[in-house]
Design a protein around this ligand. Sequence first.
Ligand code: ADP
Ligand code: ADP
Length: 226
Amino acid sequence: RFAELHLDHVRRAFGDTVALDGMDLTIKGGEFVALLGPSGCGKSTALNCLAGLLPLTGGRITLDGRRIDDLPPEKRGFGMVFQNYALFPHMSVRRNIAFGLSMRKTPKAELNSRVDEAVRLVQLEEHQHKFPAQLSGGQQQRVAIARAIVLEPPLVLMDEPLSNLDAALRLEMRTEIRRLHQSLGLTTVYVTHDQEEALALADRLVVLRLGEVQQVGSPEEVYAHP
Ligand code: ADP
Ligand code: ADP
């Protein structure tokens, strides 16, 4: 686990549109940070810059003092969970979860025991041999989460992971995500436009507005001075 991830004046423009305008932020290992703000404020851009899916047009990102913004996504090794799950439809739940480990040529016995553990953590034991189309939305999101955490990533990035679920499942999965974060000692960056979700989940809220950090603080601090 790292001590500090630092965004130092991170800038990303798309032509004339400045999506991130000098974003400064420090994330400590073990924290649950929510990036919050209205549509278009730069949340997804910030997450994609962290993941390595979008190059910066200015500034830098460092992990314990080492620059990572020039590394491709696979060298950063962060886990990613998207709104649309992005599962492989032709692979069973187990195979979806095992995919990253098999790409890394993890030995068979270790692969199987780590997949067992991930399946258990997200409570999909009974569904592990099914295909994604046979699962509910909430179960598919559990597969996406298991696929990310099975790799034991230093940082888990989640982009509106619950927005396709109905209200009851959203509450259930919210509890689930918080539980996994705690019990595995993960570091999580979670993008949402839902203030209530951010308040419930995060140790620290980062409110973005027009590509800049408008406010940072604990849920209590941000809630007291919205
Ligand atoms: P959010 O996730 O908070 O809704 P985004 O990071 O998606 O915000 O977008 C921030 C700004 O950057 C918006 O003005 C958006 O239109 C623009 N933007 C994002 N991605 C692209 C892109 N690929 N091409 C052009 N403009 C983009
Ligand atoms: P079945 O439903 O027929 O049991 P599964 O797709 O669920 O088949 O998985 C069979 C076994 O292969 C599981 O034990 C799983 O851990 C392992 N496995 C899954 N994907 C891979 C892979 N890409 N490489 C190696 N072994 C894998």
